[in-house]
Design a protein around this ligand. Structure first.
Ligand code: AMP
Length: 287
């Protein structure tokens, strides 16, 4: 397995592989790899000849210094996990290699970035889209796999690839969960044992919302069903729960006005446990 630390070295390898006729699959990550990342890598391996994983904790997309500083960075374990997963190349640039002195250009998402996580994390998606554009330029993949865990991010990146004619196939992979239903996340290791136990209310709240949606057309009631589950947990602090159109991400208030079919409507939540912020989402009408 190759390891590259500069965009130029990554590009040189990628150009050689493409010239040799190899199809490149790409999984961008911030490291602290878990079974969710592994599922994306395995998915990419089915869609390409060679898989590249990037590991880069992108300073541009963090709103809070404490979150950036506290983000786990077990780089040796991550490299070993990539080798074990059959990854062909790891791209692990330094921040200085990605943003050298004089760097100034940003890629700005459209209205998809203005809802949900957008207003709650100012600058976050601009940072994400900018780094992903740079990672795409370094890796030049044919296909890139992103998790539905960050559903809004997946939609924004899909839109960017289309809008900027990148000819990269952006694929969404289902959310991988712990046995109790909590979505796997690199941030879960920052939860105390009691917070980790309490965090199960996040998937439970989404379950309650999905159950409520069977019998009501009111999104308010659906959101309420999720809210009461989270508010019953003293260690949880709810930031938002929202029901939205799975394609354009606009909020849906009347479920009577939409198609009740799989893939049409999603529900998402952001919940704090101490200083750890967790997000999750589900298809409201999943089969
Ligand atoms: P991160 O390292 O958290 O930036 O995530 C890198 C990629 O892995 C993103 O596309 C995430 O959506 C995806 N991902 C993270 N956690 C999960 C999960 N539990 N299930 C599926 N994909 C995930």
């Amino acid at each position: 397995m190759e390891i590259f630390t500069t965009p130029a070295a990554m590009q040189a390898w990628s150009s050689r592989q493409r010239a040799a006729g190899h199809r490149i699959g790409f999984v961008p990550t911030m490291g602290a790899l878990h079974d969710g990342h592994r599922a994306l890598i395995d998915d990419a391996a089915l869609r390409a000849d060679l898989v590249v994983v990037s590991i880069f904790v992108n300073p541009l997309q963090f709103n809070e210094a404490a979150d950036f500083d506290g983000y786990p960075r077990p780089i040796d374990d991550d490299v070993a996990a990539c080798a074990q997963a059959g990854v062909a190349a790891v791209f692990a640039p330094t921040a200085a290699a990605m943003y050298p002195p004089g760097f100034q250009t940003r890629v700005v998402p459209g209205p998809l970035g203005d809802v949900m996580e957008g207003p709650n994390r100012p600058g976050h998606f601009e940072g994400v889209v900018t780094v992903v554009a740079k990672l795409f330029a370094a890796v030049r993949p044919d296909v890139a796999v992103f998790g539905q865990k960050d559903y809004q991010q997946l939609r924004i990146i899909t839109q960017m690839a289309a809008d900027l004619d990148l000819s990269i196939d952006v694929v969404g992979h289902p959310i991988v969960r712990d046995p109790d239903g909590l979505a796997k996340s690199s941030r879960n290791v920052r939860l105390s044992p009691s917070q980790r136990a309490a965090a199960v209310v996040v998937p439970q709240a989404l379950d309650a919302a999905i159950a409520a949606a069977v019998t009501t057309d009111s999104s308010y009631d659906v959101v309420r069903a999720a809210t009461v589950v989270i508010e019953a947990e003293p260690l949880a602090s709810l930031e938002y729960v929202t029901v939205f159109d799975a394609t354009d991400l606009t909020e849906i208030t009347d479920l009577g006005a939409v198609e009740r079919s799989p893939g049409a409507v999603r529900i998402a939540a952001a919940v704090w446990f101490g200083d750890v912020r967790l997000i999750d989402n589900r298809d409201l009408f999943e089969p």
